[in-house]
Design a protein around this ligand. Structure first.
Ligand code: NI
Length: 131
């Protein structure tokens, strides 16, 4: 899904309110650019087949990471910061409020490998919605 006209991210973000419910801005070959509002705790998950790129557009965005030994660390991101979660690494985003841009293969689920029953109500398990 590509747009024939320029698209403004601030206007796109203002067009919806849902938190952790990404909208698809455009596609680039077999990848998508998605944007989302962030607030509160996401859910621990991993993406077994793909890295996941984040750019913080506004506010704060922390990503807790758990390595294969179970050790955890958290990266703290602010506006303009970028980070890539490698494939297969468990992670849990959290935010005091803000917005992010993600770049990942079309079809990537926001909740990765997590069973539907284990996804909290405030987190949308989706591969992205149209704007
Ligand atoms: Ni993820």
């Amino acid at each position: 899904m590509t747009h024939p006209e320029p698209l403004n991210l601030a206007e796109a973000l203002a067009s919806f309110d849902e938190v952790y419910s990404p909208r698809i801005v455009t596609s680039v070959n077999d990848y998508e650019v998605r944007i989302a509002h962030t607030l509160g705790e996401h859910v621990w998950h991993e993406h077994t087949d793909t890295d996941e790129f984040f750019l913080v557009l506004a506010g704060t965005f922390d990503i807790a990471l758990r390595d294969a030994s179970g050790a955890e660390r958290t990266v703290h991101l602010g506006e303009g910061d970028t980070f890539v979660v490698p494939k297969g690494v468990e992670h849990k985003p959290s935010s005091t409020g803000g917005s992010i841009l993600m770049f990942e293969p079309t079809g990537t689920l926001t909740t990765g490998d997590v069973a539907a029953d284990d996804v909290p109500d405030h987190v949308d398990s989706t591969s992205g919605h149209r704007l």
